[in-house]
Structure formats: C-alpha cells, structure tokens
Write a protein that binds this ligand. Sequence first.
Ligand code: NAP
Length: 285
Amino acid sequence: MDSFPLGGLSVARIGFGAMQLPGPGVFGPPRDHDEAVAVLRRAVELGVDHIDTAQFYGPDIANELIREALHPYPENLALVSKVGGRRDETGGWLAVPDPADLRRDLEANLRTLGVDQLAAVNLRLMDGGAPDQLFDDQLSVMIDARDEGLIGGIGLSSISREHLLHALGRTDIVCVQNAFNLVDRSSAAVLDECTARGIAFVPFFPLGASFSHPNPVLGNHVVQSIAEGLGHTPAQVVLAWTLSVAPNVLLIPGTSSVRHLEENVAVASIELDDDTREQLNAVAG
Ligand SMILES: NC(=O)c1ccc[n+]([C@@H]2O[C@H](COP(=O)([O-])OP(=O)(O)OC[C@H]3O[C@@H](n4cnc5c(N)ncnc54)[C@H](OP(=O)(O)O)[C@@H]3O)[C@@H](O)[C@H]2O)c1
C-alpha cells in the first residue's frame, strides 16, 4: 500500500476511523463489543497503521476499545486524536475551546490510550470564524505539547485556508482533517494548499457519514452504476476516487463491521481509469 508521512511516521494511505465503534450516535458502548474489538485487530492485521480517534467518541469508549484490542501497540502504529470537543450527559456535542481544557483533554487521550506520545493530535475548531487571539492561544497549547514530546505533530480540523496559513506562520502542521467527499468538496482550497505544501489531508465523512439518510455519497446513482459495472461496491468506488484526488490524501473510513473494513482496505488495489474518474469528478454536490 502507498504511504505518506504523518507525525514522524510513514503511514499507509488507507487507515481507520474509530468513530463508528461506540454505540448509536457515537454515544455509549458498542452494539457488539466483540465485533468492535475484532474490527480493530483485523485492521492492523490488514496493514492499517493509522487509527483516528477522540476521547469524546463514546465518550471514552473508542479509546478504551483501541487499548483493549491493540495494546501493547505495534511500533509503527500512528494513533491520532483530536481535542476541542466533549459530550454532555445525553450525548450532545459540546465545543471546548478553552486552552486549559485542550491540554487536559490531550493528556486524557494519552492516559486512556496508554501511550506517552500520539503521532498527531488535531485541534478541532467547532465555531468557524476567522483566525483570532483564541486560535493563537489554542495553537500555543498544541506547540507546547509537541515541543514537550506529547505529540509527534500538530493537526488542524474543520479549518479554513486562512487558519492553515495563519498556523503555518507560527509552526509546522502535519495534517489537516476537514469534511470532504464526492459530493462535498467545500474544502477543496484547503486540500490544494495541503497538497502544495506536502501536508497530509485526512478527509472525514469520506463515505458520506452515518448521520445522513439517505446517504448522499453511497446512494449517488453515478456511484452505484459505476460500482455495478466494475464489480466493486459503492464504498470502494468513492474511496478509490478520494485516494486518486491527491497523493497526500489519507483515508480514515469509519466502520463497525469487519466485512466493511475488509472492503475498504481492499481499495488499495483498485485503480480507476481516467474515464471513470471523469464521471465521478463531474458529480455535483
Ligand atoms: N475531525 C472531525 O471533526 C471528524 C468528524 C467526523 C469524523 N471524523 C473521523 O473520520 C472518520 C470517518 O468519518 P465517519 O466514520 O464519521 O464517516 P464515513 O467514514 O463517511 O462513514 C461511516 C459510515 O459508512 C458506513 N460504512 C463504512 N464502510 C462501509 C462500506 N464498505 N459499505 C457500506 N457502508 C460503509 C458505516 O457503517 P458501518 O459501521 O455499518 O460500516 C458508517 O455508517 C471517523 O471514523 C472519525 O475518525 C473526524
């Protein structure tokens, strides 16, 4: 599988996102605990060496499952988390922008995952807006954590191109995690900037997410007809397209199923021809 640098490591371009492992709504324990553990172990068996997680997936559940399934971790495994959010007692998503909270949450990730360092941690912005003093204060927390060796590199998530350029004026950024998929290319300018600078771009919601019904990506009729013609699944077609967009794209599709995981990792050996890519490029959002 092709690889790309991430936080001092080199990772396969197809990784795994742990957000689907907790229960419905990313809240509480998984529907099937043993399957969740099996997904993680099978991912590593298949060569996945990049797992994306967050303390607020569950909360706590995704990190606990990763530790249960994989600790002691393979040496080359890049564990990547994010800070900037928490959950309330009913599963509501809370913004946690305070720099002191970011540091506490970053340390909580290290503790629950049982590591001294994470390959990267993404500063997840919840409120958009332009780069401001708060963003600078948040960046300072990330820079200190990196300089103290708690994280291999700093990532940014749900950011604009302006945030990226502002942050780069102060420090190195190793990855950017924004929503991006076949029908949502609103982060194309951020992706282009990352590509030009050799920064990993890690799209979230590559398969259209678990929140939208019907799924706007997997349910797209162009995707479905291409999948049928090629004998692949719709998920494989969209993941292969996403990988083909730029060499710095690292995939972290999320799944709670071993069957889906195996399908997704198999995309490493699927190459779309130019005509198919053109048809998919033309799909409008
Ligand atoms: N930085 C951020 O703010 C942020 C936000 C959201 C997500 N993320 C990260 O990005 C990762 C990916 O996003 P996501 O998991 O939300 O959405 P996603 O990968 O776009 O889609 C996940 C959905 O696709 C289904 N799925 C997975 N593989 C499939 C397959 N082969 N065939 C059919 N359906 C399939 C899953 O269901 P099954 O479980 O049934 O397979 C789930 O419903 C997350 O896991 C998380 O690590 C980051």
